[in-house]
Design a protein around this ligand. Structure first.
Ligand SMILES: *Cc1c(COP(=O)(O)O)cnc(C)c1O
Length: 411
């Protein structure tokens, strides 16, 4: 069978990176649970090592050891970049190891990292507590409508950063940052032949509804634990970008040991095949739930992209860079007591942190995911005491809505 060129991502994702001829004609990739690989000869082993040390041509390389590479890892890496359209990808043991390995590899000790606040809690903690010990200095700008302007002002004071790292939409406020504007500002700061890199944590809407590389970002990072995995059954991460950047990061990854394991990579491949349908279905359900919440008398306000006011900057950013509104909704129930009563009354939703699984989840950001953040910063980033967060899964929308209505009655 010869394959046609120019296939769409939804088609490519089913077969990319896998040749059944190399695996006893198995229609699906087998799981390669092995830590080490056999050389045909000492000479061949020496050649494989040469290639991992950056000598010779990559075609002469081969499998050595699963911390460096494994067939399941390679298949997952060739697939996870398909929707974003990146040249190359690296897979990691978690979203946090993707982020930390990227920063440790690419950082420039003579400059600093600019980051749009708020980032995922684990990332903020890494930047505050661990990065400085490694020599990685970081300075915040506020995410949202004025991020590009804030970046220009920061660079006027401190010089250009080596990287700008942002996350859009923000969690759990769903506030958006204009990737294209930030990239344009960053890329205009070229100095001594170097320009700041732009990296985007695309876990919330990507890769189906937001593709940062198409808005001039250099790198895209994922927690594959969330939508990409989609079944809440493994922890993983991915980084997508140019061959050159990914090659450097993989070199560090094999030394630090933050590589994704074969079983997670296998689960990730299974998941990617249904990613598009899963995200579109949960998006449709979430749109309906957000609209109903918005009308409910017990709900003060709802954070969801489809509800951004016409004519607002947030609406303009949403329409410019997103093709769907996603499955995350947060809303204000006025007090912690009301929010707890609502959450504890849910019967179909599962009370748990994390997001992006096929089961719908509910949590209280101020007391759960964002409890490590001081109260005054929580208030600044839109995490009030009455806020509840929902991650919409694949259950029937009628059942989810009925569950929400009955739980709202209990407050
Ligand atoms: C969960 C998450 C992470 C961290 O990923 P892990 O797989 O839990 O390490 C990073 N960024 C965002 C936006 C996340 O939601």
């Amino acid at each position: 069978m010869t394959r046609r060129k120019n296939l769409k991502p939804e088609t490519r994702i089913i077969e990319e990176g896998y040749q059944h001829k190399l695996a006893m004609n198995s229609a699906k990739p087998p799981l390669y649970l092995t830590s080490t690989f056999v050389f045909d000869s000492s000479e061949q082993g020496a050649r494989f090592f040469d290639v991992t040390h950056g000598h010779g041509s990559p075609e002469d390389g081969g499998l050595i050891y699963s911390r460096i590479g494994n067939p399941n890892l390679s298949i997952f890496e060739s697939r996870v970049r398909v929707f974003d359209g990146g040249e190359a990808a690296a897979a990691f043991s978690s979203g946090m190891s993707a982020i930390s390995t990227m920063l440790m590899t690419l950082f420039d000790p003579d400059s600093y990292l600019a980051y749009a606040e708020p980032l995922y809690g684990g990332t903020e903690e890494f930047l505050a507590a661990i990065a400085p010990k490694l020599g990685i200095r970081s300075l915040p700008i506020r995410a949202g409508d004025h991020a590009a302007k804030a970046l220009v002002e920061l660079a006027e004071r401190e010089g250009p950063p080596w990287m700008v790292f942002l996350e859009t939409p923000a969690n759990p406020s769903i506030e958006m940052t204009d990737i294209g504007d930030v990239a344009e500002a960053a890329h205009s700061m070229e100095e001594k032949g170097r320009r700041p890199l732009v990296a985007v944590d695309n876990t919330f809407l990507g890769p189906i509804f937001q593709q940062p590389l198409k808005h001039a970002a250099d790198l895209v990072v994922y927690s594959c634990t969330k939508f990409i995995g989609g079944h809440s059954d493994f922890v993983g991460g991915a980084l997508i970008g140019s061959e050159e950047h990914i090659k450097r990061v993989k070199g560090y990854r094999s030394k630090i040991g933050t590589t994704m394991d074969p079983f997670s990579a296998w689960l990730g491949c299974r998941s990617l095949e249904t990613l598009d349908v899963r995200m579109r279905r949960s998006n449709e359900t979430a749109k309906r739930i957000a609209a109903e919440l918005d009308k409910h008398p017990s709900v003060l306000s709802v954070n969801y992209p489809e509800l951004f006011p016409e004519g607002s900057t947030q609406r303009a950013i949403y329409e410019k860079q997103c093709t769907g509104s996603g499955a995350l909704i947060s809303f204000d129930l006025a007090s912690k007591k009301a929010a707890f009563a609502f959450l504890d009354a849910l019967e179909v939703f599962t009370l748990a942190v994390s997001l992006g699984g096929n089961e719908s989840l509910a949590e209280h950001p101020a007391a759960h995911t964002h409890s490590g953040i001081p109260a005054e910063i929580r208030a600044k980033i839109g995490v009030g005491e009455g806020l509840a967060r929902l991650s919409i899964g694949l259950e029937h929308p009628d059942d989810l809505l009925a569950d929400i209505f009955q739980a709202l009655e209990k407050i």
